[in-house]
Design a protein. Structure first.
Length: 338
């Protein structure tokens, strides 16, 4: 009897140890991690060192996503996953840029990358959302995946079978295309009159354009817009600290919502160029402005009458650096990358 009791105690201890080591506070590692086949990736475009991306020495990054796509006239949830893979930040880190327009406009904030697969699907990311955000390494090429399984229902979402680009900050995950094979770095090719150091710097109104068609001009913000107050530490990549005062304004996406719908093409290939009176401009993807899940929004800030840098500024709350904050906004132009 004593021997049987000892056996039971041993079995109980073994089971207890197994449970202890199987259960952690991490909700995202409870399911099997499955490796995904990854085709070779070519880096090309406005770079001095094009060629195959070498992923062998890069650190593995991890993001969690609730994948949801546009379905008919509504949205369809397709599953929750933890993806592990290699970030665009790391993949492009040793790429030497060779901007076509560097002589006219040296800043890199007008750059964007196109990512495509063998099926001909293409998505775009601005250079700013890769290299300027507060939360880095959240756009990855996933090479393994694990389902995030609900503890009560135990529902198993469809198991992804291919590598994919994963943008963790996207609400609708239409940019998460499978098996990316090519990354092309580009600068926006529009024509701009650059007047660096312009004094005074002031634009009384700004235009919203779709391609070359002017949709509207605003010299005041709509009265029905909610005013948001964002605490901020405003810090430039070159000049360091600017201010620690809050920014107050309306959401850029709310201003644009009346002029642009949200389609798969917009989310995947839409690009906004915001330009100041002095020609200073930056590229922003449609998705990073209109389709965020982190509430790190872009603000349009009205200034006092005749204030230098006014009458409207754009503040990118998701960015660590202030470089994509545009003063004296003169135009917000939308293009669809072909």
């Amino acid at each position: 009897m004593k021997k049987a009791t000892n056996v039971i105690i041993i079995i109980f201890l073994v089971l207890s140890v197994n449970v202890l080591f199987a259960q952690t506070n991490d909700f995202y590692d409870d399911a099997e991690t499955v490796k995904l086949p990854q085709p070779a990736i070519e880096i090309t475009g406005e770079v001095e060192n094009p060629g195959k991306a070498d992923l062998s020495s890069l650190p593995l990054r991890s993001v969690i996503v609730k994948e949801t796509v546009i379905k008919d006239e509504s949205n369809k949830f397709t599953g929750a996953y933890r993806y592990d893979g290699y970030s665009l930040y790391d993949i492009l880190n040793l790429t030497v840029l060779k901007k076509k327009n560097a002589a006219e406009f040296p800043p890199i904030i007008d750059l964007y990358v196109e990512i495509e697969n063998a099926k001909g699907e293409k998505v775009v990311f601005s250079w700013g959302e890769i290299y300027y955000p507060i939360h880095r390494n959240e756009i990855i090429i996933a090479t393994q995946v694990s389902r995030i399984v609900p503890s009560k229902t135990k529902e198993l979402w469809p198991q992804p079978a291919e590598s994919k680009i994963v943008a963790a900050a996207d609400l609708l995950t239409e940019r998460n295309i499978s098996s990316p094979t090519k990354i092309t770095v580009k600068s926006y090719s529009g024509s701009f009159v650059i007047n660096k150091g312009m004094k005074p710097l002031y634009a009384p109104a700004f235009s919203i354009l779709k391609a070359d068609t002017k949709l509207t001009e605003m010299n005041m913000l709509p009265e029905n817009q909610v005013l948001y107050n964002y605490p901020a530490i405003f810090y430039g990549r070159g000049t360091g600290i600017h201010s620690i005062v809050p920014f107050s304004g309306v959401l850029l996406k709310d201003l644009l919502a009346g002029y642009f719908g949200i389609t798969v093409n917009d989310l995947r290939r839409g690009l906004f160029i915001i330009t100041g009176k002095d020609g200073y401009h930056a590229a922003f993807t449609f998705s990073e402005i209109m389709n965020r899940n982190d509430q790190a929004e872009f603000l349009v800030i009205p200034t006092k009458k005749d204030e230098d840098g006014g009458a409207f500024k754009v503040f990118p709350a998701a960015d660590f650096f202030s470089d994509r904050a545009i003063k004296s906004v003169e135009s917000i132009k939308y293009d669809l990358v072909r």
